[in-house]
Design a protein. Structure first.
Length: 183
């Protein structure tokens, strides 16, 4: 685990399973269907229980599929959190299909909706770098820069954690964070 600072917000990088975190908001790398899936999405629904999917279904009925880059919020069910924020990262198509902008939007819109719901500590997984194939180096840079830029403007968060599932992913994020935050 390693801690950085962006304005008044603690930025924590940690290797682990996001479903085991204790915080206000857990971000889910969902897919547009909001009906659950593999990877971190599956893990969150499994650990959080059926209440999460129930709310996702209601959102789906109300507003249809969730577009890439957007975010919605539900209960956290049995997780040690107040809410789950579901966002959809882009599927990597080679880099010329607005993937970078959309990944940035996924982080930013998650930060905005969590703020609107008064969440003070939130945890992110590495959005889009699993099944969606986004190159991890670039994704890490976008994730951390977007978080830093947000914290420059807004001091609403006490703590923002990036939870990296593998040691390799953790190392990539750590190296980027040293560049981005120790300036
Ligand atoms: P996407 O479809 O957005 O790529 P994935 O769930 O396939 O989403 O992968 C996103 C990242 O989440 C990957 O780096 C994957 O290793 C990681 N991941 C999978 N399960 C967990 C978990 N329980 N906690 C934290 N990260 C996880």
């Amino acid at each position: 685990m390693k801690t950085f600072k962006a304005n008044q917000t603690q930025i924590i990088l940690k290797q682990g399973d996001i479903t085991e975190e204790n915080c206000d908001g857990i971000v889910n790398a969902a897919n547009s269907s909001l009906m659950g899936g593999g990877g971190v999405d599956g893990a969150i629904h499994r650990a959080g229980g059926p209440e999460i999917l129930k709310e996702c279904k209601k959102i789906r009925e109300r507003q249809g599929k969730l577009p890439t880059g957007k975010a919605v919020i539900t209960t956290a069910g049995n997780l040690n959190a107040k809410a789950v924020i579901h966002t959809v990262g882009p599927i990597w198509q080679g880099g010329n299909d607005q993937e970078k902008e959309l990944l940035k939007k996924a982080y930013k819109n998650s930060l905005i909706i969590a703020k609107e719901n008064d969440l003070k500590t939130i945890c992110f997984p590495s959005i889009s770098t699993g099944a969606y194939g986004f190159p991890i180096e670039e994704a890490a840079e976008i994730a951390l820069k977007t978080i830093k830029d947000f914290c420059k403007e807004d001091q609403c968060y006490k703590e923002i954690r990036m939870i990296l599932f593998s040691e390799d992913d953790y190392e990539v994020y750590l190296n980027k964070a040293k560049d981005i935050f120790n300036k």
